[in-house]
Design a protein around this ligand. Sequence first.
Ligand SMILES: Cc1cc2nc3c(=O)[nH]c(=O)nc-3n(C[C@H](O)[C@H](O)[C@H](O)COP(=O)(O)O)c2cc1C
Length: 324
Amino acid sequence: MKTRITELFGIQHPIIQGGMHYVGLAELAAAVSNAGGLGIITGLTQKTPELLAKEIARCREMTDKPFGVNLTFLPTVSSPDYPGYIQAIIDGGVKAVETAGNNPQKWMPLLKEHGIKVIHKCTSVRHALKAEAIGCDAVSVDGFECGGHPGEDDIPNFILLPRAAEELKIPFVASGGMADGRSLVAALALGAEGMNMGTRFIATKEAPVHENVKKAIVAASELDTRLVMRPLRNTERVLNNAAVERLLEKEKSLGANLKFEDIIEEVAGVYPRIMQSGDMDAGAWSCGMVAGLIHDVPSCQELIDRIMGEADQLIRQRLAGMAG
Ligand SMILES: Cc1cc2nc3c(=O)[nH]c(=O)nc-3n(C[C@H](O)[C@H](O)[C@H](O)COP(=O)(O)O)c2cc1C
């Protein structure tokens, strides 16, 4: 399939694997890229720029296809060494960066100077337009359904994607709730030029996470996610568990007085315990409503081939047949 996204990133299929903390390691990024999508290494999961450089080199050994790096710009006081991470990306010859979180404007000249394509992830049309204005090559439009941080506007993709299509000139991918060929065809119909998936890619053979995580996603329905940290305006969609219920109780009882310190036990340092040790009640971890559409753990190749096969059939048979 050829779209502005496949052309931009030099990939076979318009499918991107979103950056995911403690999931987006070289194994997953390489498997997605080898299957014709765009795999993404999660920059900040590597504790230092040196470690990111090693992860990029490791990925390069596993694939000769293009892959990218996610840079999440956190609103924290003690900022990670972003110049160091960007240098590792440049030195590693990576030509695609997925930015997320805060506005990446400050880093755009450096990235552009080195011919790096930037896709910024955003949850609103106004942020997407801002990304376009500062020179991003594409955006990933993340609807309310998404795993991770859906923002505070709560606009689902059936509205957000066509609104983005009405306003944007640069290409965009649909993100949040995407799982299969139906998602891809719907996303294309709504004006996107491809799709970005997070949760779906965790439940794959190559995702380097504990089996318990994959089992939890397969077992979950679309009713099993919760929104946490809304009172802190840092809303995150997570899979429900004992820690999340505790966290929500604290949010309820403390109300407007809630501070980050109150919930630190449920949210800080949780990812290695969940993703590596499979301690599923360790805390709150991002997961999309799309878990309800995930029923198996295929390889990335099987998943992407299946998506493209389904999409082709939907377009050529179901839709073409209906159009008569
Ligand atoms: C476990 C997990 C961790 C994530 N970590 C990050 C991250 O570190 N940075 C980021 O930009 N997005 C992160 N995301 C968001 C994904 O890249 C993607 O935008 C989102 O999962 C799309 O929604 P979906 O899960 O419905 O496919 C994470 C998502 C999940 C499920």
